[in-house]
Design a protein around this ligand. Structure first.
Ligand code: GLN
Length: 271
């Protein structure tokens, strides 16, 4: 199998002790009010609100009362670097950009791909991981390669997560060309469920969640050919360049000292 996550900076591997660092999910908060929490030692910490869609393993998913995963853990380390308290808000992927733009969240981190279009409404951090759009089908599917979706006369029902890059690409490459229909779901789990029950013929989604969904459901496979490779980064309101700069400094340090790589390796064991 191809190596799926490539990190750009190699540095001394610091085997930091990465304990389970699932952040607690709590109620609503408005970062515009600069919420603070009191520590056990009586000092105040500013709360850093992260918007995500916790249905995207291994980047973010529920484990008991916590949201865990690569993004949750990297965000926890960034908050630690900044002396802030991380709070994770779970929402539909589609709601993350509006939450960040309106200031309901300080940043969005959700295996989010940097795109030209998104750059018109938000700023992105340094990229911390690579994703690949892949296609999940049933084992006995007539779709054998990604190219089958674009073939002349093709007519497939394609499932995607609404407003993700999978949605954006297939809308152009398949729907707009009359090569099939796109069914848009609120999350990957719902799309995969629709594939299992035969409502759709395939799901276009990022490779790591795809692997998790295929491992959890018998009879599904990922096509060997890839759709497209993309960069994941953290998004911020255009108004908050101060936080963007602080997070970038922390993130770049965590990339350089090997922390980001060891978090990714913990969730995505080498193949
Ligand atoms: N990487 C994809 C995107 O940014 C999907 C992200 C997600 O579903 N969490 O659109």
């Amino acid at each position: 199998m191809k190596k799926i996550i490539s990190l750009f900076l190699s540095a001394v591997m610091v085997c930091a002790c990465l304990g389970g660092c699932g952040a607690k999910q709590e109620g609503n908060s408005s970062p515009e009010n600069k919420e603070t929490v009191e520590n056990s030692n009586g000092t105040e910490k500013e709360v850093l609100v992260m918007a995500t869609n916790a249905n995207f393993p291994p980047y973010e998913y529920h484990e008991g009362d916590s949201i865990v995963g690569i993004d949750a853990e990297i965000a926890g380390k960034i908050a630690e670097e900044l002396g802030m308290e991380l709070k994770i808000e779970d929402m539909a992927f589609d709601s993350i950009l509006p939450a960040v733009e309106s200031g309901k969240a300080n940043f969005g981190m959700a295996g989010m791909t940097v795109t030209e279009d998104r750059l018109k409404s938000v700023n992105f951090s340094t990229s911390y991981a690579t994703g690949i759009q892949v296609v999940i089908v049933k084992e006995d599917s007539d779709i054998k390669s990604v190219d089958d979706l674009f073939a002349e006369g093709a007519s497939h029902r394609v499932g995607v997560q609404i407003n993700t890059t999978g949605d954006i690409y297939t809308s152009d490459d398949i729907e707009a060309k009359g090569l099939g229909t796109i069914e848009r779901y609120n999350n990957g789990a719902d799309a995969v469920q629709a594939l299992i029950t035969g409502k759709i013929d395939c799901v276009v989604i990022d490779n790591e969640p795809a692997k998790s969904f295929v491992a959890a459901n018998k009879g599904l496979v990922i096509l060997p050919t890839e759709y497209i490779t993309e960069d994941y980064a953290i998004c911020f309101s255009k108004k908050d360049t101060e936080l963007l700069d602080k997070v970038n400094a922390a993130l770049e340090k965590l990339i350089a000292d090997g922390t980001v790589k060891s978090i990714i390796d913990k969730y995505i064991p080498a193949e």
